[in-house]
Write a protein that binds this ligand. Structure first.
Ligand code: NAI
Length: 480
């Protein structure tokens, strides 16, 4: 029986391994983590992450061929294939600070694999890593191998949170990179055979190691670039009276461009886009390519500009001050159908409003008060470490309250900011909300989900990203 072990029971390790276990009943899959609470949660009725369809998959396999354990060494030593899906945060200190990936967790995982292994293993990079990480990992493993043969593969994950299970069931492609030696090719085949249980062969792409590593960074950079492109357009639409939804629709009809990922918003978030682009920028700089580095850096700059522009719109509309005013924040996760708040634009928007002394009342159907308080008090990049190693947050902020209902959040508020596109925000009783708010009552829609005409009819002053401006906003300063 083939045994698989995955180090790192996070957003990637948990769902990917659960799907492998479901699709390959004859393979035994163990997911291990240094975080004991995280493993306990995976073994409980309340999984540590929210992802549509995940509960059912885990329930079908857990205890049969899917196991979650904190006994990392035991499961690694027994495995034939070891996936590594640990954190790869952005470095905050030293060489490459603010850009380069911090491979501390990766390196410690690699050293542990070398220490405990008694049989040959295929080691699979599942985390997103800088190009040529495999070479470094290979060196650590072979210099500590005690005669054991390790084959390194790169198998980056392309799932999107919120649709992870669907993406894993029917991936656009599975990418496997390996050495171009007979042993490397044999390892590629072994991993390909796992995916071939449910993924058509023409969707399994095999490349060399470096191409696989770089493809993951490139794919995320291209995706983020589309969002920054449409967001840059949204600023121009507001200035000229065009409607960004109409522009996106017209542009997306071109089959060379396509309609997906062209929605203007308050900005992209999530654990990967910014981190991976910074990483790409750093690699370009290290390779003497400053023009290429600057090109990609601009994608992040536009994203920061979009968040700052949104805060400016709010403050300038409300007579240039939000000091002491209650602002309802609807949605905190970085997108709908996930409870993940890593790099969510809500953090920067809330911090911007708090900087202007607003009183925030936050509601998100999937994010806890503890998480929100932690996010708002953490320094940039600190979130991307195992939970028990994150700096503990100071006492919670008095200006922030977290409630469990959109109506409670908006009661007596001066303004509402919609920061996540949760479906339930489309069908709220906005008349009731309006009646219970201070006047003038504002809605700032950072996801373009409300019916602007209907809300204006009720009496709201509405700002929707990239849409023709409300009369109220026309003479207000727009730029960040
Ligand atoms: P995560 O933070 O949810 O999970 C990582 C887990 O690794 C944590 O539970 C941590 O406790 C554990 N860990 C760290 N060092 C360890 C060690 N030495 N031994 C055992 N466990 C250890 O992170 P997530 O989101 O799963 O990401 C993992 C990697 O996958 C990152 O490189 C990320 O860039 C990449 N990725 C993430 C995607 C996403 O949508 N979240 C999509 C594709 C790739």
């Amino acid at each position: 029986m083939v045994k698989i072990c995955c180090i790192g029971a996070g957003y990637v390790g948990g769902p990917t391994m659960a799907v492998i276990a479901l699709k390959c009943p004859e393979i035994q899959v163990a997911v291990v983590d240094i975080s004991v609470p995280r493993i306990s949660a995976w073994n409980s009725d309340t999984l540590p992450i929210y992802e549509p369809g995940l509960d059912e998959v885990v329930k079908k396999c857990r205890g049969k061929n899917l196991f979650f354990s904190s006994d990392v060494e035991k499961h690694v030593s027994e495995a034939d294939i070891v996936f590594v899906s640990v954190n790869t945060p952005t470095k905050t200190q030293g060489l490459g600070a603010g850009k380069a990936a911090d491979l501390t967790y990766w390196e410690s995982a690699a050293r542990m694999i070398a220490d405990v292994s008694k049989s040959n293993k295929i080691v699979v990079e599942k985390s997103t890593v800088p190009v040529k990480t495999a070479e470094a990992i290979e060196k650590i493993l072979t210099h500590n191998s005690k005669g054991i043969n390790f084959q390194i593969l790169s198998n980056p994950e392309f799932l999107a949170e919120g649709t992870a299970i669907q993406d894993l069931f029917e991936p656009d492609r599975v990418l496997i990179g390996g050495r171009e030696t007979p042993e490397g090719q044999k390892a590629i085949k072994a991993l390909r055979d796992v995916y071939a249980h449910w993924v058509p062969m023409d969707r399994i792409i095999c490349t060399n190691l470096w191409s696989a590593e770089l493809s993951k960074l490139a794919a995320n950079a291209f995706l983020a670039q589309r969002i920054s492109s449409v967001n840059a357009m949204s600023a121009l639409c507001e200035a000229t009276g065009a409607d960004v939804s109409q522009v996106s629709h017209a542009v997306g009809k071109d089959t060379r461009i396509g309609p997906k990922f062209l929605n203007a918003s308050v900005g992209f978030g999530g654990s990967c886009f910014q981190k991976d682009i910074l990483n790409l920028v750093y690699i370009c700089e290290c390779n003497g390519l400053p023009e290429v580095a600057n090109y990609w850096k601009q994608v992040i700059k536009v994203n920061d500009y979009q968040k700052a522009r949104f805060v400016n719109r709010i403050v300038s509309s409300m007579f240039n001050t939000v000091s002491g005013k209650k602002i309802a924040i609807l949605g905190f996760a970085f997108k709908k159908d996930t409870g993940d708040t890593r790099e969510t634009p809500a953090i920067d928007v809330c911090k911007g409003l708090l900087g202007d002394k607003a009183m925030l009342s936050i509601y998100d159907p999937q994010v806890s008060e503890e998480q929100i308080q932690r996010d708002l008090s953490m320094n940039k990049f600190d979130w991307d470490h195992p939970v028990h190693l994150q700096p503990t947050s100071p006492s919670s902020m008095k200006q922030v309250s977290v409630v469990w209902d959109a109506y409670a959040a908006t009661k007596d508020a001066h303004g509402i900011c919609i920061l996540t596109e949760w479906d339930e925000f489309k069908t709220l009783d906005y008349q009731k909300i309006y009646d219970n708010m201070q006047k003038p009552a504002f809605v700032f829609d950072g996801r373009n989900i409300v019916d602007v005409a209907k809300l204006r009819e009720i009496g709201f002053i509405v700002y929707s990203i990239g849409k023709p401006l409300d009369e109220w906003l026309k003479d207000m300063p727009a730029v960040a």
